[in-house]
Design a protein around this ligand. Structure first.
Ligand code: ZN
Length: 354
């Protein structure tokens, strides 16, 4: 047994205090392996701040300083006419992707991104910022520039991949800002429905292999847009837009013999899918079909002695898998954790603005 494996041994309970310390360290200074992810600075901050919220430990966060920092990434339009210039006026992911406007107030290099915008707005909600102070209309109106004729979204106005990840970001942004002017909902819905595969799961794009993360993006988006109700399994499933029984069949087969969830057939269990798959089951009202004890056992086998969760047992932890370890344990109703809003990926308290 190597030293990493030894540091994962003997985890029978969630070591909440150690995880709080782990996230507080990340809050003050990210370790050097994250240097290459500087472009995703807001996303890393989302994992830290939302993680502390789930662990009921937001008191260590300087909320006003966080608000000022997050708002500094916002791309501001010049005049109202700029909303029709084809650009997206959301949030940049980091300082390196952000350039100041020219002397006329025009952003000539605007790299604001849908994922960073989702993370920015989520953080602002978590720290209790009043979102009515944001220029929501600019964000959502300019978001229309990102929607493609097939209903999908590009993440940045200069181009990029179009798939369900950015459909989800767009839906979550509209939901949190309570303003749906940013998308043609019918077109978006049609795109999502095209992504359901023959086996019941959803692929990232129409015709692609079913995937746990894509399935979360599809189901959470449909619920945010109001196309599927809570606990659809306990209501009349035959009236649902999607093939729910086939989806349930695919999704329940993702719990592997070691108790963890895999993202696709024939893949190893991975901590993050305990959220992506688990949250879909919560939204559908099918979480009671999960073997909770086995899933918890798998997650604790990925808990690191000095805080955080790894992707698989015996590996080093990282912020991404740590965050989804916390969200997954919240879905499992682990004591001491704040309950999660499955469709938004933040706590219920933050989602409700408490
Ligand atoms: Zn993963």
């Amino acid at each position: 047994m190597n030293s990493i494996e030894e540091e994962h041994r003997g985890c029978e309970k969630m070591e909440k205090e150690v995880h709080v310390t782990f996230l507080e360290m990340m809050y003050y200074l990210l370790p050097s392996p994250y240097e290459s992810q500087e472009i995703n600075h807001l996303t890393l901050a989302y994992f830290v701040i939302s993680g502390l919220d789930i662990l009921n430990s937001l008191q260590s966060v300087a909320k006003d300083a966080v608000v000022t920092w997050v708002l500094s990434f916002q791309a501001h339009r010049g005049t109202k006419a700029h909303l029709n210039d084809g650009q997206f006026y959301g949030f940049h992911g980091s300082k390196t992707s952000q350039f100041l406007p020219d002397e006329n107030g025009v952003l000539t290099r605007n790299n604001s991104h849908l994922a960073s915008t989702y993370c920015a707005i989520a953080i602002l909600k978590i720290v209790g910022y009043d979102l009515s102070n944001l220029d929501s209309e600019s964000i959502v109106t300019s978001m229309r520039n990102l929607q493609q004729p097939d209903g999908s979204f590009i993440p940045i106005h200069t181009g990029g991949e179009t798939d369900l990840r950015f459909v989800y970001c767009a839906a979550a942004i509209c939901f949190m800002l309570d303003n749906w002017n940013g998308m043609d909902k019918e077109k978006t819905k049609d795109y999502i429905l095209l992504c359901q595969s023959y086996d019941g799961g959803f692929g990232l794009v129409p015709g692609a292999e079913s995937h746990g993360g894509a399935t979360y993006c599809a189901i959470a988006s449909l619920q945010l847009m109001g196309f599927i109700e809570d606990n659809v399994l306990s209501s009349c499933t035959s009236s649902s837009l999607i093939d729910v029984p086939l989806l349930l069949d695919w999704i329940l087969q993702r719990q592997a013999t070691d108790g963890g969830f895999q993202g696709r057939p024939n893949k190893s269990s991975d901590t993050c899918y305990a959220f992506w798959i688990g949250a879909v089951l919560r939204i559908l009202g099918g979480y009671n079909f999960v073997d909770n004890k086995a899933l918890r056992g798998f997650l604790l086998s990925c808990q690191y002695k000095y805080g955080g969760f790894s992707k698989s047992p015996g590996e080093f932890p990282d912020l991404y898998h740590s965050y989804y370890g916390f969200t997954a344990l919240s879905l499992l109703e682990e004591s001491g954790l704040i309950s999660l809003c499955s469709k938004l990926g933040i706590t219920e308290n933050a989602a409700m603005g408490l």
